[in-house]
Design a protein around this ligand. Structure first.
Ligand SMILES: NC(=O)c1ccc[n+]([C@@H]2O[C@H](COP(=O)([O-])OP(=O)(O)OC[C@H]3O[C@@H](n4cnc5c(N)ncnc54)[C@H](OP(=O)(O)O)[C@@H]3O)[C@@H](O)[C@H]2O)c1
Length: 347
């Protein structure tokens, strides 16, 4: 059987903030058939994930492109692989049969041909949580938050934790985990709506709108009069500089992302290394994929907290493959609250 498959691509390499005019949606004819002997599966995508790292793949050059095949450069016209969740419609592989729901590297498209590696995960139980949770709180963002906080931040009861982009997909979970670990948690975010959600629903001790602070250094001194023990960094740039300046001895920085630098190289952080040395601060960059081995612990802890209402999944879902470009553009404008997903077909 032949179907029309709409997919998103870029028209040219993107430097700076992404614009709608950088993208196009193309249509191809796809035969829903697996070649004899192939172990591939064809998936009808339901949700696709919108993630900041994709922008670095769309540049002519970025250090991230050499790190892994999963963050390699995207050429104009090329399909864009991305985390997604979908239903198997054809299978050449005994591990996944027609009708199974899987998450894995699918693509910004309506149907994806999925290779056996990186291996997709079959979703076994789908009745306890909404399906989208398997791509948000139980997906890469959740693992990123869990691994960065617990394995790099190593929180102890009473530690003072600062989280940037705190209302985002990763940040909101970091704050929730840190509260559950008995820490004092302050976040920063870019709108009043985000600040209110973090304080009123997600239990952050305090939150400030960094866009309204004339001076970030004095803001952090005000929110952390006793210094910061753990900084969970999603943004890099000036926020990283001032967080380091306000850290306590033996502080830990989980260097998760540097979104403020993705659109402007000139914003690169200039860290005072004397602070790092004399305060014996550990700054660790990491990728969620380094922590696949903790996935079972992460899922078990998170599902326990979610099912008892001690944690909340925050998602921001748009609809239709044609809305993938605007979803990415809006991530860099701070429009999203929680995990940004686009639903491209009915469940
Ligand atoms: N290491 C890993 O394995 C890994 C995995 C996933 C994500 N990440 C990184 O983690 C960070 C957060 O990712 P996410 O998926 O959770 O995205 P997200 O936080 O859901 O969305 C991005 C948010 O970043 C903020 N932002 C956008 N431009 C900014 C700027 N110039 N300066 C400061 N803040 C800005 C916006 O919130 P405001 O309204 O608050 O500005 C926006 O809503 C990103 O840097 C991403 O690359 C790393």
């Amino acid at each position: 059987m032949n179907v029309e498959n709409r997919y998103v691509t870029i028209k040219h390499p993107i430097e700076g903030k992404p614009l709608m005019s950088d993208f196009e949606v193309r249509t191809e004819q796809l035969t829903l058939e697996i070649q004899k002997g192939s172990k591939d599966v064809i998936v009808k995508n339901i949700f696709v994930s919108i993630d900041p790292y994709q922008l670095n793949r769309m540049k002519a050059e970025s250090a991230s492109q050499k790190a892994s095949i999963l963050s390699s450069c995207i050429s104009p016209g090329q399909k864009i692989d991305a985390h997604g969740l979908g239903r198997v419609v054809e299978s050449g592989n005994d591990k996944w049969k027609k009708g199974d729901l899987i998450t894995g590297f699918l693509g910004w498209e309506e149907y994806s041909l999925v290779k056996p590696w990186p291996e997709p995960n079959k979703i076994e139980a789908v009745d306890q949580f909404p399906l989208s949770c398997y791509l948000s709180v139980f997906g890469n963002s959740g693992l990123t938050a869990y691994a960065g906080l617990f394995h790099i931040g190593k929180p102890k009861k009473g530690d003072k934790v600062f989280v940037s982009a705190a209302a985002g997909s990763v940040g909101n979970l970091v704050g929730q985990y840190a509260k559950l670990a008995g820490c004092y948690v302050v976040g920063c975010a870019g709108s009043k709506k985000k600040v209110d959600l973090l304080k009123e629903k997600l239990g952050f001790d305090d939150v400030f709108n960094y866009k309204e602070e004339p001076e970030l250094m004095s803001a952090l001194r005000r929110y952390f009069p006793d210094g910061i023990d753990i900084y969970f960094d999603n943004v890099g740039g000036e926020m990283l500089e001032v967080a380091i300046a306000n850290m306590n001895a033996f502080g830990r920085v989980a260097a998760c992302g540097a979104i403020s630098e993705y659109t402007d190289k000139k914003k690169r952080a200039r860290i005072d290394m004397m602070d790092v040395i004399y305060k014996r601060i550990t700054i660790s960059g990491y990728l969620a994929s380094d922590y696949i081995h903790v996935y079972p612990d992460f899922v078990s802890m998170t599902s326990e907290h979610l099912s008892h209402g001690r944690m909340h999944a925050v998602e921001d879902i748009s609809h239709g493959i044609e809305n993938v470009p605007s979803a990415l553009v809006e991530l860099f404008e701070g429009v999203n609250i929680g995990k940004k997903l686009v639903q491209v077909s009915e469940i």
